[in-house]
Design a protein around this ligand. Structure first.
Ligand code: GLN
Length: 329
């Protein structure tokens, strides 16, 4: 439930809210670092950072916001957005749906009506989307993705080679999914090409600050608030935020929409990005995950921030929109 609301009168309100969210979670040691991709076990389980970047170009941070970690499934939101721009919504709709699946992110399950993956935020859908990018750009596909991710972050991002190799060597479940996609006509390129692109996109290093800026670029209609560089198509951003809202937190998406109420995406590297449309990108990093694959401290920290600012899309007082927009000039 929403707790006491704080009057927002200065920029330091963001800092005190972040500190409050951070303090509420720092002693929370629940969950475990992902180990099904061996290289991910090297993350320091105690790292924790949260950042808020505004659509007007300011950032507020607490904790370990400059530690690199792999973006993992958070990439699915950004790559879906780029696929809509590159291939158009009709082609994308032929390959992947937009319905929440209610199943774990790595489930081998397809919409019985269409034989397509349920949505682009679970592995099956994301591999189909990577296939679309590869279909359009071939060998230039990864350079395109990392360039646009970097434009969104306002920072040159790089590939974590060890995580990429670790996942490529062990990702047999994803390999099985890619072959089923081919059998179901949800993939029009060789499965290995779609998978290689998918493994790479998941292995891009970001920090919590980078992710907050990427979220702020979504909030700012696809343009990085500081560099003013175009990163995402405006119509594609709208569609992506809708799918993040309904499907971004895997089989926790319903609870998240209920408790936090903003479009978001999480990844097994421990990152979560959230977007308050036209206003904020919010990110957290903490690698201990709950059984559904969401960062434990991240979920808790977002809940505190959402309550504090009234960020929930359906907050009855709508305090978030009116108060925050007065702050983010
Ligand atoms: N690369 C990871 C995988 O395919 C991404 C999963 C995730 O972050 N939920 O398993």
């Amino acid at each position: 439930m929403a707790t006491q609301r704080h009057a927002l009168s200065s920029k330091s309100e963001f800092e005190s809210a972040l500190e409050r969210a951070y303090a509420s979670q720092i002693d929370n040691h629940a969950g475990a670092v992902a180990d099904y991709i061996p290289e991910l076990t090297k993350a320091n389980p105690d790292h924790f950072g949260m950042a808020i970047a505004t659509a007007k170009g300011r950032i507020f941070e607490v904790g370990n916001t400059d530690i690199p970690f792999t973006i993992q499934s958070v990439s699915k939101a950004f790559v879906f957005c780029l696929a809509l721009e590159l291939a158009g919504p009709e082609l994308v709709a032929e390959r992947v749906g937009v319905e929440p699946s209610g199943d774990p992110f790595n489930a081998i399950v397809f919409d019985p009506g269409t034989n397509r993956p349920f949505n682009p935020m679970v592995n099956a859908g994301a591999i189909a989307v990577a296939g679309i990018i590869y279909e359009k750009l071939g060998k230039d596909a990864f350079a395109f993705l990392i360039d646009r991710f970097s434009d969104a972050a306002g920072n040159r991002l790089d590939l974590n080679q060890s995580v990429y190799q670790s996942e490529a060597e062990t990702g047999h479940r994803n390999r099985a999914i890619a072959h089923l996609l081919l059998a179901n006509d949800a993939l029009a390129v060789p499965p290995d090409e779609a998978l290689d692109l998918y493994f790479r996109q998941c292995s891009i290093n970001v920090s919590a600050a980078d992710l907050a800026w990427m979220g702020a670029t979504f909030a700012n209609m696809g343009t990085n608030p500081v560099t003013k560089k175009f990163a995402f198509d405006i119509a594609a951003v709208r569609s992506t935020l809708a799918v993040m809202f309904t499907c971004g937190m895997y089989d926790y998406a319903g609870h998240w929409a209920y408790d936090v109420g903003i479009p978001a995406k999480s990844g097994v590297g421990g990152g979560i990005v959230g977007v308050v449309n036209r206003q904020l990108g919010i990110a957290s990093y903490s690698p201990r995950l709950d059984p559904k694959g969401n960062s434990v401290r991240g979920v808790g920290g977002f809940q505190v921030l959402a309550d504090h600012f009234g960020l929930h899309a359906f907050d009855c007082t709508n305090i978030g929109s009116s108060f925050i927009s007065s702050l983010v000039r």
